[in-house]
Design a protein around this ligand. Structure first.
Ligand code: FAD
Length: 419
C-alpha cells in the first residue's frame, strides 16, 4: 500500500494537542487529515480544569508517594487512589516514576516542564489571537489558598522552590484573598498568587474554535478509529475500523491511548499510563470566583467558566478500561464545603471523568522518528491544555530546519529515545 499523494500528514487524535497541531501544520501548507472515532475534544480535553498552569513546574509525584501507597489503596475517596485490581499493571510505571525522582532525573524533569510552561502563555496568546478568540483565555492569575496555620511552613517552602525556578509568585494574606474573591470564607489564612497563570473560559469550546479554523485551512476530519499502522517505503499506512488511510507522515496525538500505535510504528514500548481525573460542573455557580483557586489542603481546583464553576482534580490509577467511579466527582463538592461563605449549589451538576496521558517522568514525547515519517505529541499528563499551543509550534519546528520561534524549548528532553 503506497502513501497517498494527496495527504501529507494524518493526525491521529482530535484532542487539544492533535487539533492545535493540525491547524499549525495546515498553516505551513501541509495537507492534513485528522482521525478520531469521537467528535473533536471529547477526550481529556473536554473536561479538564481549564487552568493555564504555568506555575506547575514540579512533577506531580515526589518520594512521599511510596509512603502514601497504603492510603491510596485503602481510601476510595482520597485525592490519590490506586485501584487494587490495577496494582500489578501499575507497578512497573511506579517503579520508573521512583527512578525518575533521583536528583539528576528530577532536575531534568523540572527543566523540561519549565521550558514548556515558560513558552505556554505566549504560544496560546499567539494561537488564540490568530483565530480571533483571545477572549477565551483570561490571563489574570490564579491562587493557591491554605486554611491551616500548620500549612504556612509548607507553603513558604513551596514559594521558595518556585521562585528558584523563576515562577512569578506573590504572597497574599487571608484578607487580600477575600478582597479579590469575596465569596471565599474566613477559614482561608493566606495564599500564593501566580500572576503568570490564567484560565480558559471553556476548554471544549477552545477545541471547537481550533477545529473551525483548521477546517477553514483545509483540514479534513474523519470519524474513524485507528487500530494498527505500518511504516512503508514512501509513507505510513493506518488501518482503521473503516479501511486503510495512507499519508506521507503520521502524527500520533491520541493522548492516553497513544502507546499501541507508537509501538506499531516505531517498535518502541512507551510506559504510558493514565492518571484518571474527575470534575463536577456546577452550572449555577458561575460568578463565585474571579479566577482559578486551588486548595492546598483539600487538593482540588475550582475554575470559573462560561458554563458554571468547575471543581476538578483527584488522581486515580485504574487504567483505561475500568468504568468511572463518579462518587469521586461528587466528592469534589464535599471538599468545597467550608471554603465559601455559602455552600455551592449542586443544582444541575454534572460529573465527568477523563484520562490524563502520563509518562513516569512527567514529560511529554514531542519527537520525529522512523526516518521522519512518524511524529509524536502525547503524554502531557496534568498540563496538556497549558502546553498544547507550544507543542503545536514545536511539532511545526520538527519539520523545519530553522527555528520557528527562538523562545521554543529545545527538543532534547522530549525525545522518544529516552525510554
Ligand atoms: C480532571 C482533569 C483536569 C485537568 N486539568 C488540566 C488543567 O487545568 N490544565 C492543563 O493544562 N491540563 C489539565 N488536564 C490535562 C489535560 O486535559 C490533558 O493533558 C490534555 O487534554 C491531553 O490532550 P490530548 O489531546 O493529548 O488527549 P485527549 O484530549 O484525550 O485526546 C485524545 C484523542 O485521541 C482519540 N483517540 C484515542 N484512541 C484513538 C484511536 N485509536 N484512533 C483515533 N483516535 C483515537 C480520543 O478519542 C481523543 O479524542 C486535566 C485533565 C483531567 C483529567
Amino acid at each position: 500500500m503506497g502513501a497517498s499523494n494527496t495527504v501529507d500528514i494524518t493526525v491521529v487524535g482530535a484532542g487539544i494537542i492533535g487539533v492545535a497541531c493540525a491547524l499549525q501544520l495546515a498553516r505551513q501548507g501541509r495537507r492534513v487529515v485528522v482521525v478520531d472515532p469521537q467528535d473533536p475534544g471529547m477526550g481529556a480535553s473536554y473536561g479538564n480544569a481549564g487552568h493555564l498552569a504555568t506555575e506547575q513546574v514540579f512533577p506531580i509525584a515526589d518520594s512521599s508517594i511510596l509512603k502514601r501507597l497504603p492510603a491510596m489503596l485503602m481510601d476510595p475517596m482520597g485525592p490519590l487512589r490506586l485501584d487494587w485490581k490495577y496494582l500489578p499493571r501499575a507497578l512497573p510505571w511506579f517503579a520508573r516514576l521512583l527512578l525518575n525522582l533521583r536528583p539528576a532525573s528530577y532536575r531534568r524533569t523540572v527543566a523540561g516542564i519549565r521550558a514548556l510552561n515558560e513558552a505556554s502563555l505566549g504560544a496560546w496568546q499567539r494561537l488564540l489571537q490568530s483565530i480571533e478568540q483571545a477572549q477565551l483565555l483570561r490571563a489574570d492569575g490564579s491562587l493557591l489558598v491554605y486554611e491551616r496555620a500548620e500549612s504556612h511552613a509548607a507553603i513558604e517552602a513551596l514559594r521558595e522552590r518556585m521562585q528558584q525556578q523563576n515562577v512569578a509568585v506573590a504572597v497574599w494574606s487571608g484578607d487580600a484573598v477575600r478582597q479579590a474573591a469575596p465569596q471565599l470564607s474566613d477559614s482561608i489564612q493566606g495564599a500564593l498568587f501566580f500572576p503568570g497563570t490564567g484560565h480558559f473560559l471553556d476548554p471544549f469550546h477552545v477545541v471547537g474554535e481550533l477545529v473551525k479554523a483548521a477546517k477553514a485551512q483545509g483540514v479534513q476530519f474523519l470519524k474513524q478509529r485507528v487500530v494498527d499502522g505500518r511504516v512503508e517505503a514512501d509513507g505510513v499506512s493506518l488501518m482503521t475500523d473503516q479501511g486503510v488511510l495512507t499519508a506521507r507522515q503520521v502524527l500520533i496525538a491520541c493522548g492516553a491511548h497513544s502507546a499501541r500505535l507508537t509501538t506499531a510504528l516505531t517498535g518502541k514500548k512507551v510506559p504510558l499510563d493514565t492518571e484518571r481525573g474527575y470534575h463536577l460542573m456546577l452550572p449555577h455557580e458561575q460568578d463565585r470566583l474571579p479566577f482559578a483557586v486551588t486548595s492546598f489542603e483539600r487538593k482540588f481546583i475550582m475554575t470559573p467558566m462560561l458554563g458554571g464553576l468547575r471543581l476538578a482534580g483527584t488522581v486515580e490509577f485504574a487504567g483505561l478500561l475500568r468504568p468511572p467511579n463518579m462518587q469521586r466527582a461528587w466528592q469534589l463538592h464535599r471538599l468545597s464545603q467550608g471554603l465559601f461563605r455559602q455552600d455551592l449549589s449542586t443544582q444541575g451538576a454534572t460529573p465527568w471523568m477523563g484520562f490524563r496521558p502520563s509518562l513516569p517522568d512527567s514529560l511529554p514525547i514531542i519527537d520525529r522518528v522512523a526516518d521522519g515519517k512518524v511524529l509524536l505529541a502525547f503524554g502531557h499528563q496534568h498540563l496538556g491544555l497549558t502546553q498544547a499551543a507550544v507543542t503545536a509550534e514545536m511539532v511545526v519546528q520538527l519539520l523545519k530546519p530553522e527555528p520557528l520561534n527562538p523562545g521554543l524549548p529545545a527538543q532534547g528532553a522530549y525525545r522518544l529515545e529516552r525510554f
